[in-house]
Design a protein around this ligand. Structure first.
Ligand SMILES: [Zn+2]
Length: 194
């Protein structure tokens, strides 16, 4: 089970950007409904049924202007919070992350009375950590760029999966036993975008 980088909360539409959004890509398929998507780079995708007319699609996009605008703002905001690093920072960070995470994992595994397999440090685009059913742990090296309390939360979260391979109440109780303030730490983590 993984700790993912969560979606951001909505922001209010900016009154300065009220011109209509007309640039979008239509992807047609055998689907039955129309769906809108704003990609990470802010581009707009419309998924539409094969035979739906262009004017209906245009009207649909026109009707969803506010929503599109809000999504574009979220993308912009997210790109500001994204962790950007140089290749040298990455090299050093991965090394340090390997040491620190191995130490914290050993410490908390002992506290929690669980075992684990291999620890792999990676650069994943959407995940902070994961735990396989065999007990192998993956951690994102960028955890080392965050505060130690957040890093510890991810370590404890993954180790708690050695007891519960889900996010049930029982799982969160295990996390809470070790980190009574885990909610605060989880909130801090959700504010960072990979
Ligand atoms: Zn999980």
């Amino acid at each position: 089970m993984a700790v993912s980088s969560e979606k951001g909360k909505g922001m209010t539409a900016n009154a300065n950007t009220q011109q209509e959004i007309k640039a979008y890509t239509v992807i047609r398929s055998r689907r039955r409904t129309v769906a809108l998507q704003v990609r990470e780079d802010g581009s707009v995708i419309v998924r539409a049924p094969d035979r739906l007319s262009g004017s209906v699609i245009e009207a649909f996009v026109s009707e969803k202007q506010d929503w599109i605008r809000r999504q574009k703002e979220i993308c912009l905001e997210r790109s500001k919070n994204r962790l950007c690093v140089s290749s040298e920072q990455r090299r050093q960070g991965m090394e340090r992350a390997g040491e620190v995470i191995a130490r914290r994992t050993a410490y908390f595994a002992d506290v929690m009375g669980v075992d684990y397999g291999r620890i792999t440090i990676r650069e994943q685009k959407t995940r902070w950590g994961s735990c396989s059913s065999a007990g192998n742990l993956n951690f994102n090296w960028k955890l080392i760029l965050l505060s130690p309390e957040v890093l510890d939360y991810v370590v404890v979260h993954e180790l708690a999966h050695r007891r519960e391979m889900n996010h049930s109440d029982a799982f969160w109780r295990i996390v809470e036993q070790v980190l009574p303030d885990y909610r605060k730490r989880r909130k801090l983590l959700r504010e960072v975008y990979l």
